[in-house]
Design a protein around this ligand. Structure first.
Ligand code: GDP
Ligand code: IMO
Ligand code: MG
Length: 373
């Protein structure tokens, strides 16, 4: 039975959380495989907005086994807070599993990140220093909680007891689940252009957000992967520093921010806003071997007369092709026959860029507001 992977195709915040929450009904496991609480994934159910940072986005589904894989970094204080927010240890018993090999984000790592992260514009959650310690082979891991490591228990005394019962060998767990026919959804965080190797270095995060991270961060091998689902926002946003060739640092960007509610889920920062970039989107699909694409936030473009898509012209400049706006509300639409012709043309254009079919279009933050094509 297959494992499918959801990955962000841009600079993060593509709407991966909503997509995972929507798809989760078809799966038994939802697995985070990299990153930590730099992520902010928003789930909206019957008007209630829930943001998850450390927990996987399957957490609202009682039938889902939620796994925090070995490739993740975890702030025990934040994780314990989220466990409490979701009903406490008793409520999550038997449906939350944390890898013994996931690394611990310490208060020192957070302080170092806050003191040094400004050039990149990090989230200040201690991500970079924690992965640096992992690579230096001096990191602390979840298994140190089980082993009663004095430094770990001293640092996280009030929450070790909450977290300890959830720690296990998730590589074994996932192999067994896979072999017994379970359906597994691997949930990417951040996005392709923030990948430590393939992103806009040094303005990136400290983990592999691309397909390789799904294997190293879980222990599943490539034969377990059935399909890669890329999530693309209908336009582009970026939070933090770094290049953004199609950025609209003007009234248009302000309008995208306002209509799209583009303020960071984790830090509350204004997200920088702009148009799609043909070459970045094409590259992201090539890097990840994307099989299917979900386009999110189409409704945000309802109010735009023209929708440009950026192309590099070879001189490090961007030129734009323009697509007609549809000037009709698509917000909340679930029926593909009601999709305006011009919106469909824009979606078709996206699928020529991605060279993979667009299978779903998200039309609002609400879980079930999704068009299936
Ligand atoms: P993630 O990090 O990729 O999970 O994305 P975030 O949750 O950080 O940011 C996406 C934002 O867009 C959240 O506020 C979502 O509730 C919202 N969102 C997701 N899909 C849609 C959509 O189709 N339309 C609108 N208007 N908002 C959406
Ligand atoms: P989700 O999963 C958007 C950005 C930060 C910064 C850079 C490095 O919600 O899509 P870090 O704290 O990781 O060292 O910061 O990466 N960044 C994100 N941007 N969405 C995220 O996660 C992000 N996680 C990190 O803004 O530019
Ligand atoms: Mg986010």
């Amino acid at each position: 039975m297959p494992a499918d992977v959801v990955l962000g195709l841009s600079y993060g915040d593509e709407g991966k959380g909503k997509v995972v929450d929507y798809l989760a009904k078809n799966y038994d496991y939802v697995v985070r495989f990299h990153g930590g609480n730099n992520a902010g994934h928003t789930l909206v159910l019957n008007g209630h907005r829930i943001a998850v940072h450390a927990l996987p986005s399957g957490i609202l589904h009682p039938h889902i086994n939620n796994v925090i894989g070995n490739g993740c970094v975890v702030d025990p204080l934040q994780l314990a807070k989220e466990i409490e927010e979701h009903g406490g240890p008793t409520a999550l018993k038997g449906r939350l599993f944390i890898s013994h090999a996931a690394h611990l984000i310490t208060p020192t790592s957070i302080n170092v990140d806050r003191a040094t992260g400004a050039t990149v514009g990090t989230t200040g959650r201690g991500i970079g220093p924690t992965y640096a310690a992992k690579m230096r082979r001096t990191g602390l891991r979840m298994e140190d909680i089980i082993n009663g490591d004095i430094e770990v228990w001293d640092t996280f005394r009030e929450v070790c007891g909450i977290i300890e019962p959830f720690i296990c060998n998730t590589q074994n767990l996932l192999h067994t689940a896979h072999a017994s026919g379970a359906n597994i959804l691997l949930e990417g965080a951040q996005g392709t252009l923030l990948d430590i190797d393939h992103g806009t270095y040094p303005f990136v995060t400290s983990s592999n957000c691309t397909i390789g991270g799904a294997l190293t961060g879980t222990g599943l091998n490539h034969k377990a992967i059935r399909k890669v689902i890329g999530v693309a926002k209908a336009y582009t946003t970026r939070v933090g520093e770094g290049p953004f060739p199609t950025e609209q640092n003007n009234d248009i960007g302000d309008k995208l921010r306002k209509v799209g509610g583009e303020y960071g889920t984790t830090t509350g920062r204004n997200r920088r806003c702009g148009w799609l970039n043909y070459s970045d989107l094409r590259k992201a699909c090539e890097l990840n071997g994307v099989d299917e694409v979900v386009v999110t936030k189409l409704d945000v473009l309802d109010q735009f007369k023209m929708i440009p898509v950026g192309y590099p012209n070879g001189l490090e400049r961007i030129q734009y092709s323009e697509w007609n706006g549809w000037n009709r509300p698509t917000k909340g639409l679930r029926d593909k026959t009601l999709l305006p012709q011009d919106a469909l043309k824009y979606i078709q254009h996206i699928s020529t860029i991605t060279r993979a079919p667009v299978t779903h279009i998200s039309t609002s933050p609400e879980r079930e507001d999704m068009i299936v094509l």
